[in-house]
Design a protein around this ligand. Structure first.
Ligand SMILES: C[S@@+](CC[C@H](N)C(=O)[O-])C[C@H]1O[C@@H](n2cnc3c(N)ncnc32)[C@H](O)[C@@H]1O
Length: 206
């Protein structure tokens, strides 16, 4: 099965070593952008694509339970764990590949952390994100990126542990953002350890 690796990883996902040097630091950086926005306006709606076990929505909703959250993921086991461990009246998790996701709702904050490289059609996905945006919405995309020979080597090994992946360069991502009509506000590189690849956080606005 195409996404079997994620099904197999789900039950140990929150204990993986990359939580310390990649996934945890990513959530920390995302919170720095998102929390002040929610503090300014607690009626915002948040959508997360490839939400995994729901850790990010958990951390945000602990502080802002009144916000509407929707997290989607392709893996049964990931969504199952998210539903089990992150509960709230306004929190929804849906089993759905991003490529099949359709919704007439619009969102103010769209987040995709460490999932974009695994999405099959990258341009289409970004256009979908742009379409799901309310005017002025924030889009945050974070993932490993290939910008050097070192990144290429590390991402080559990373790929062996995941579903089919393409870790695009910052330059390639910028072209896709432009095509989707998403305006790049800031790029931040998250690098906790020298042996990690470039982890690029793209902060965008519709
Ligand atoms: C590395 S995990 C990231 C999870 C979480 N966002 C985080 O930062 O910890 C990648 C996630 O993307 C999901 N995923 C992969 N391909 C997907 C697709 N086509 N549609 C939706 N989710 C997908 C996987 O099931 C997995 O939960």
């Amino acid at each position: 099965m195409k996404y079997q690796k994620w099904e197999n990883l789900a039950h140990k996902y929150n204990r993986l070593w990359v939580q310390k040097y990649s996934l945890g630091p990513t959530r920390r950086e995302v919170l720095k952008i998102v929390l002040p926005k929610l503090q300014a306006d607690a009626s915002l709606k948040l959508f997360e694509a490839g939400c995994g076990t729901g850790q990010l929505i958990q951390e945000i909703s602990e502080q802002y339970p009144q916000i509407n959250y929707l997290g989607i993921d392709v893996a049964h086991n990931m969504i199952g764990l998210a539903k089990e461990s992150v509960k709230g009246q306004n929190i929804l998790f849906q089993l759905c590949p991003v490529e099949d996701f359709k919704n007439t709702e619009k969102y103010d904050i769209i987040i995709c952390t460490h999932a974009f490289p695994y999405f099959p059609n990258k341009e289409e996905t970004l256009c979908k994100f742009a379409d799901l945006c309310n005017p002025g919405a924030t889009v945050i995309i974070v993932n490993s990126s290939t910008n050097s020979f070192k990144d290429l080597m590390i991402n080559f090994f990373l790929k062996a542990t995941t579903s089919k992946a393409r870790y695009l360069s910052v330059k390639e991502m910028k072209v896709l953002f432009q095509t989707a009509g998403l305006n790049l506000k800031e790029i931040k590189v998250i690098r906790e350890k020298f042996y990690m690849p470039t982890i690029a956080l793209f902060h965008l606005e519709k």
